[in-house]
Design a protein around this ligand. Sequence first.
Ligand SMILES: Cc1ncc(COP(=O)(O)O)c(C=O)c1O
Length: 390
Amino acid sequence: MTFWDQMTSHWQEISAELEKIRTKNLYRQCKVSSGIDFCSNDYLGLAKSGLLEEKMKENLSQDTLGSTAARLIKGHRQSMEDWERKFSEFVGAGASLSLANGYVANMGLIDTIADSRTAVFTDRLNHASILDGIRISGAIKKYYDHLDLDHLEEQVSKWDRDPASPGKRKKIIVSETLFSMDGDKPDIRRLVEIKKKYDCVLILDEAHSFGVFGKEGRGMCFEDLSREEMDSIEYRVYTLGKSLGLEGGIIATTELGREHLVNRMRPFIFSTAPMPMIFTTASDSLDLIRDMEKEREHLLHIASILRDGLAREGFSVSSTVSQIVPILMDTEEEALYYSAELRKIGFDVIAIRPPTVPTPRLRVSLNALLTEKEILSLIEALVVVRRTKR
Ligand SMILES: Cc1ncc(COP(=O)(O)O)c(C=O)c1O
């Protein structure tokens, strides 16, 4: 077979695969967003804030635009170290390491600390970056049912008792502290208890709780845990692309943990460092976040108005505690229909479908710039769309 014949069959295969995706209503397309924002992760509205934009312009003139190389070559800056120190102090960690985004933070972290002799216990609904980290590391993946920590404990103790699993192998437990697609949370204190009882490493992903929960927006760990409990967690992962209004990921750990990642974490070692102004602006963003108590209160207030209103109108809303309010749908087609109709009348609400989540839904995520009136108009719009549905 010639080269061109092979190319042809390759593209044929790909077309067939896309066709299959289309027929299952799972086809995806990038769309320019329009309408009132009910889908971003800009929970405090900082990405749109002129204030942060001004700071960024100032920061831009302080350094080169691009970092010009990986941190271990020429990409490192004092401002990066300052940002990491400031962030560590804010979240009560010994040290932190910044990465290009939250995806590589999770993926690279797990790949660095796990190997084929490690068992990683993961909530079934953890983010793809966590699951991909487990896959790439070659570790043994052990799912536990979503938020079911009895199931987790059962799995961990079974693993310890299994004569086929040599006792000294490393065990890692990993969970989000606020689930991105469900808006619910695990019992973090119990996770820490299990971690201690069975001598596991614990990774908590604070991506969606940072900025919204905990004292001054420090995250869910600050909401639920004592200082001693928090110190027993080996790694906490945060993103800069949600409440901080920027882009990036950061891992909070100990000095030793950071030193190890700097020496071993491939996406850190082999990738150009983010633009220096990201770090200086993240530092400005942190200053803003800590004083946004009013915005946090408002955000959780409008979330409860939305949840109550939807439940009253008979929509299937999962029992969330947060600014993320998923409306469960029977089929992918139904989720797509609602999203498209809402878009036509000025509401930007996104349909989330498998494989991102097991059940199709509209993932409504709120931000502090939304008004009560806009929340009520979304509820009304959903009722209208339901009426027009065939
Ligand atoms: C829980 C969680 N962790 C990590 C990430 C990845 O972060 P980033 O978007 O910065 O790559 C996401 C993305 O939405 C997420 O939901």
